[in-house]
Write a protein that binds this ligand. Structure first.
Ligand code: NI
Length: 176
């Protein structure tokens, strides 16, 4: 287990389309997941995709506990999602602010589908499916974009809705 260096925007690996996981018994998969959770926790992230730590595999982790400092932030269950498939439910999109450990210190307003069905595999190779909305749906879309080489700034419609956390909101800290 280790805290890994997070690649930042500009690193070529972040633009790559990541490869699906084929072997769920590979001990490297468990080691990768351990490192992803360690890194996410150390950097106060809401989610992390494997390419962000330099591994071009279709693996994401995310989860947000209820935090009294951010009462508007709905909790999201701690989830391991491998080889994900996303299916928007309906056409409704909603703008919301996002950050990313690969784009540190910045925030941008990004449109995302409000309702979503997603499916994929857990760390044991068991298939599961969920229907989610709101912040949970936003987090999944953000993390899975990383697997297709997309960072959230690429989805911002008005670049005035992109800036430094401190200038936008007057505080340095917050979930990335
Ligand atoms: Ni991100």
């Amino acid at each position: 287990m280790a805290i890994r260096e997070v690649l930042r925007m500009g690193a070529p690996l972040l633009w790559r389309v990541a490869e699906p996981v084929s072997d769920f018994h590979d001990p490297e998969l468990q080691a990768l997941l351990d490192d992803m959770f360690d890194t996410m926790a150390a950097l106060n992230g809401a989610g992390l995709a494997a390419p962000q730590i330099g591994v071009s595999k279709r693996v994401v982790v995310f989860g947000i506990d209820k935090n009294p400092r951010y009462p508007d932030m709905e909790p999201v269950p701690t989830t391991i999602l491998i080889n994900p498939v996303l299916e928007p439910l309906g056409d409704i999109m909603e703008d919301g602010w996002e950050g990313c450990l690969s784009v540190p210190g910045l925030r941008g307003r990004v449109p995302r589908h409000t309702h979503l069905r997603y499916s994929g595999f857990d760390q044991h190779g068991a298939h599961f499916q969920r229907e989610v909305h709101g912040f949970h749906a936003r987090v999944v879309q953000h993390e899975c974009d990383h697997l297709d080489g997309i960072l959230y700034p690429m989805r911002i419609k008005d670049m005035r809705d992109f800036g430094f956390q401190k200038e936008l909101f007057g505080e340095e800290s917050g979930k990335e």
